[in-house]
Design a binder for this molecule. Sequence first.
Ligand code: DQA
Length: 146
Amino acid sequence: MMKILVINGPNINMLGIREPEIYGKATYSNLVEYVEKAASRLNVEVAFFQSNHEGSMVDAIQEAYGKFDGIVINPAAYTHTSVALLDALKSVGIPSVEVHISDVRQREDFRQVSFVRDACVATIMGKGFDGYVEAMEVLRGKQKES
Ligand code: DQA
C-alpha cells in the first residue's frame, strides 16, 4: 500500500479558531479525520505531522526518506519564506504536492511567492480540506505511472 505523509506547518493547529472567514470553522483534528477517511477510500496509508517550527518540519521531511512514497505539504507561512524546506524536499526526492486551504492567489502580494513549489509535482489551493485529498490522488496517479 502506498504510504503518504501529510505535513502541516505553523498555525494549522489553530484551524477552527484562526481567521474562520478564511480557513473555515473545522479544526485540525477534523482535517486529520477527513483525510484519514479519504485515504482509506483511496487505499493509501497516511500519517500526519504538524509543527510550528521550521527545523522540525525539515527533520520530518528527512525522516520520511525511505519510509514514505509521497508527501502532501501545507508549509503555511513557511511556504513564502523557507529555502530550508525546499532543500529538504529536494534532498529526499520524495514526490510531493503543495497544498493551501485558501486561494493564496487572491491574497496579499507577500503570499505570491512559494519556495517549495520548485520541489513539488503539483500545487493545489483554494479547495479547503479537499485539496489534501486531491493531492493524495495526484501522488497515487504518479505512483501508478512509474
Ligand atoms: C496557507 C496560506 C499561507 O499563506 C498562510 O500563511 C497559512 C495557510 C493556506 O493553507 O491557505 O498559514 O498555507
